[in-house]
Design a protein around this ligand. Structure first.
Ligand code: HEC
Ligand code: HEC
Length: 294
């Protein structure tokens, strides 16, 4: 009887430790895979990261062709192809206000163009999956620039010798639909919010953060905000309940948050986030302090 019992106890203990060891090995392998995936993602944008931290400081721009980017920039301010002068890109995507005037038109708020280059889903519902198609939707959409197919716009622009010359200087085949979109996309690669407190901290100047902001990092991690707000811009790569997860980078330049229930209070925003209802006031303040450095 005793023998049977001790055999049972010993074998259970052996099995339990075996399962524990296997569990640890699996979770370590998962963690390593996660780090590798993150590293590959960051490096694919030319960012420096070993993948261990979910946070990465952003450079002032991604690799681009500067002449084409300058051409894209001039189109961003160009009133000649828009329906009315007000419908120019720069009017809604005010670059000195975080890339959005935060106004709601036809039920949707202007989205920031800063850091959009890191997004894989675009628009409030994520219905667009790349930058060029987002620009196409803007240029062709009635509620945005003009409501005219790009082919018509290119035809219109081709009557202006100055614009034609500009395109010829940048592209072998001059002004075409493809090059028109490419110029915007090259400009998009320069629309990055770098040089924030966040960027300094995560590039190694650790003395730029105060104790509250450092605590905010831990709360952000512990509450698993990263499960949605991930990637170089901490968002822009997922849909949640039919809505695009907004990138958090560039947040400090904006005045209004949330698409559906716009508010200027980050504490209100948090109440709508999973795990965001931080009851402890000090913790909530720290999390917000951290968000404000972005
Ligand atoms: C009348 C205001 C307005 C104008 C003009 C405008 N946009 Fe937009 N833009 C918006 C709105 C509103 C959205 C969000 C649409 C949505 O969520 O469905 C948006 C979204 C975008 C996005 C996607 C951002 C993201 O992260 O999802 C890009 C890129 C963009 N616009 C670029 C441009 C460019 C380039 C131009 C000029 C060719 C332009 N926009 C002109 C209002 C405007
Ligand atoms: C399950 C996915 C998910 C999780 C987890 C999540 N969020 Fe969000 N977050 C979203 C979505 C979706 C939006 C866009 C909502 C909208 O605009 O209506 C958003 C928007 C935000 C915004 C507003 C950004 C802007 O410019 O409008 C902030 C700030 C924010 N989240 C912070 C957090 C924090 C902090 C946490 C962790 C406590 C968190 N989120 C967890 C999905 C998530």
């Amino acid at each position: 009887m005793m023998k049977k019992l001790s055999f049972f106890l010993i074998s259970s203990a052996v099995f339990a430790s075996l399962f524990f060891v296997i569990g640890v090995l699996i979770s370590r392998a998962n963690e390593e895979r996660k780090i590798e995936t993150r590293k590959n993602l960051f490096v694919s944008y030319g960012l420096r990261s070993d993948g261990k931290s979910p946070f990465v400081s952003l450079p002032p721009f991604l690799a681009h062709n500067s002449a084409r980017a300058r051409l894209g920039e001039s189109l961003f301010y160009d009133k000649s192809f828009t329906r009315t002068p007000k419908r120019v890109c720069s009017y809604c995507h005010a670059l000195n206000e975080g890339g959005t005037d935060c106004k709601i038109r036809n039920g949707v708020m202007t989205r920031p163009v800063y850091n959009a280059v890191f997004s894989t889903v675009f628009m409030h519902d994520g219905s667009v999956t790349n930058f060029n198609d987002a620009v196409r939707m803007m240029v062709e959409g009635k509620n945005f620039c003009g409501g005219m197919p790009i082919s018509n716009i290119v035809e219109k622009l081709s009557k202006d010798p100055k614009t034609v010359r500009k395109f010829q200087a940048c592209y072998e085949d001059g002004l075409t639909e493809k090059n028109f979109l490419d110029a915007f996309s090259q400009f998009g690669r320069t629309l990055i919010t770098s040089n924030t407190k966040f960027d300094f901290y995560f590039s190694g100047s650790t003395n730029t953060y105060n104790a509250s902001e450092i605590r905010g990092i831990e709360i952000f991690k512990a509450r698993n905000c990263i499960s949605c707000h991930n990637g170089p811009a901490l968002g822009g790569r997922k849909i949640y309940e039919g809505k695009k997860v907004s990138p958090l980078r560039g947040l400090s330049f904006r005045k209004t948050y949330l698409q559906q229930r716009p508010t200027s209070e980050l504490s209100t925003v948090l109440t709508f986030m999973p795990e965001g209802d931080v009851e402890n006031t000090e913790e909530r303040i720290s999390l917000i302090d951290f968000l404000k450095t972005m």
